[in-house]
Every structure is written in C-alpha cells, then in structure tokens.
Design a protein around this ligand. Structure first.
Ligand code: RIB
Ligand code: CA
Length: 323
C-alpha cells in the first residue's frame, strides 16, 4: 500500500502511522523530531541514532534531550554506528550544527537510558515485531539501516516502507558538486539501502532546498512562545549563519522536517519513480545517479520527490508547532 493510499486509509480509520526515526541530531533533525511528535498522523515508535552532524555519543545524547524536552521519554532510543561502514567518521559538522549538534545550546543531561542494544539490532527487532506496519524514516547517514539489512535481509520485505532525507536527483549537492551530506557520509551504506527491494522514497535536495524558513516565518514561529518554539529559536542561530554565508539566505533550507512532512501529507510532494544508483568512489562519492531515460535498463527502485508545495510544508510545520 503506497504512502498516499495508507494516508487516506489511516485518516479514515484514524490510525497513526508507526514510524522508527534514524537520526543524527542535528538542528534540523531536532526540528523534524518535534514535528513528528506533534503530529497525530504519526506514532513515533523509536529513535535510533547515528554518526553524522555530531559523533554518535552526542547524537544519542541529543536525541534523548529532545524527547525529554517533549516529555516523551517513553520513546526508546538505541545508539548506533559511530562511523560509516568502511570509512572513518567524517568529523563533527560544527560549522553547521555547532560543536554539540544542537547549536551549542546546552540542555540538562538526559535522564532516560539508552536501549541496551545497538541500533541495527533494535531496528531489526522493531520491524520483526510489527511486520508490514513500520515505516523507517532516516534523517542521517544510512549506516544503521545498512547494518540492519546485513543482519536480517528479510526486513526489506517486512517494512511498510523507507523514507529517507537524502540525495540530489537533478540539482547540485551540498557537500560536493553532486552529493548530499547523508549519502556522501556513507555511500557504501546508501548503495545497500538503494539496492534493497523495499519501497523507498527519496526526499532530496531537489525539494528540501525549495522549503526555506526565513526570518519573518521564524519570528511568527517564535511568537507562539511554547517550549518547543523557544528551543528551536535557541538552536538555529548558527544554522542561519551557515546558510547566510553559503547561500546568502536570511534563513535556512528545511531538510529533515520536509521528510517528516512527506509522511504526514505526501500530497504536498510530486514524485516520480526512477532507477537510482549511488556512486561510492572518487570525486563523485555519494552521487545519487538518477537514470531519467532508463539507459541502464534497470527497473525503478526509488520514488524520487521532484517537486513540493513549499508553502504547504511551512504552513503544516507552523500549525503543528504552535498549536
Ligand atoms: O543534507 C542535509 C542532511 O544532512 C540533513 O539531514 C542534515 O541534518 C544533515 O544530516
Ligand atoms: Ca540529519
């Protein structure tokens, strides 16, 4: 059952879509997780954390702090891979997300414990416990998901689908001329994920760079004055500074929250199915090669988001975070 049909069915039956979020919080990850927690269409079953915007100890700490801010320490968190499958950890992306991954804002140390198993094992356990039910949403490098596939390849037939924030189909990359960060940071893992036989949707830079939170929008968000919008206001200054320096934006691209918006309202996105292959070597490492003309003669393996109602995503975000 594809996302839109499930969305219609679950709306009728008022069923929340169970989701496991694999994440490297990360400022936009934090904003994405808050959107997911405040959306009745989704039931966040678990978070798994991975290296990426910060080291994995920090992303595991950040994930729990975000859940405790939202008073959702009932949601289990499993810590995952400290580095990519076959490469060293690329290092903290402090110039974008701050040294601690949350804009250098310090939150109280998390009280909730981590799940006592690695993320890859926990992903397998969660999928096997709810065959056909669980959507896996990834907001960081795909190392944990690739390891879960390696542990239990049959999960590819037991998930409802995988939705990933990552890739660049027909636009430039953000960490190289062709590669988006989440794919770039573990291209071998990404190749495994793209080659697995599960329903895969790519929410890439083609659409996430069209969704921009600018200063007037952020001021309206902050006017709500709740603890979520105050937290967001506190962590975004360095994220805005990076986007201003790199893209002359007076705001920022909305990457991870757009992937959550896809789960909530897929009709805000236009998608097209293509065969997509991930390059793992050389200067084009992490390039998501989209075979637009079918020249490889391969069946499509990915639903690629090619356009988005950006205003619709921004309206959804504001509505859920300020109500
Ligand atoms: O390219 C954007 C992605 O890389 C986002 O998920 C951001 O959090 C970083 O992980
Ligand atoms: Ca992320």
């Amino acid at each position: 059952m594809d996302g839109l049909l499930f969305y219609e069915k679950s709306k009728e039956a008022n069923l929340a879509q169970p989701v496991l979020v694999d994440t490297d919080p990360g400022i936009d990850d934090a904003m994405a997780i808050l959107l997911a927690l405040r959306s009745p269409e989704l039931e966040v079953r678990a978070l798994t954390t991975v290296h990426g915007n910060a080291d994995v100890l920090q992303t595991a700490r950040n994930a729990r702090q975000i859940l405790e801010l939202a008073e959702r320490s009932d949601i289990p968190v499993a810590m995952g891979a400290a580095q990519p499958l076959v490469r060293p950890f690329a290092g903290v992306v402090d110039y974008v997300h701050g040294a601690n991954g949350l804009g250098n804002v310090s939150l109280p140390a998390p009280k909730m414990p981590l799940v006592n198993m690695p993320a890859a094992c926990f992903i397998v356990e969660q999928v096997m416990a709810a065959p056909g039910e669980l959507t896996i949403l990834t907001l960081g490098p795909l190392t944990n998901l690739a390891l879960a596939l390696h542990l239990k390849p049959e999960i590819a037939h037991l998930v409802r689908g995988v939705v990933l924030m990552g890739g660049a189909a027909f636009c430039e990359g953000n960490v190289s001329p062709v590669a988006e960060a989440n794919i770039y940071h573990d291209p071998e893992a990404a190749r495994m994920v793209f080659e697995a036989p599960w329903p895969l949707t790519m929410v890439g830079l083609d659409v996430t760079k069209k969704v921009v939170m600018d200063k007037p929008y952020l001021a309206e968000l902050q006017q709500a004055g709740n603890r979520f919008t105050q937290f967001i206001a506190s962590i975004i200054p360095c994220y805005i500074a990076y986007h201003n320096a790199r893209y002359q934006l007076d705001g920022f691209h909305v990457h991870d929250p757009s992937a959550v918006a896809y789960l909530i309202r897929p009709e805000l996105f236009r998608t097209q199915e293509y065969y997509v292959q991930v390059e793992t070597q050389g200067s084009c490492q992490g390039y998501t090669v989209v075979d637009r003309l079918g020249l490889y003669g391969q069946k499509p393996n990915v639903k690629v988001c090619v356009d988005v109602d950006a205003e619709g995503v921004l309206t959804l975000y504001k509505q859920r975070l300020t109500c």
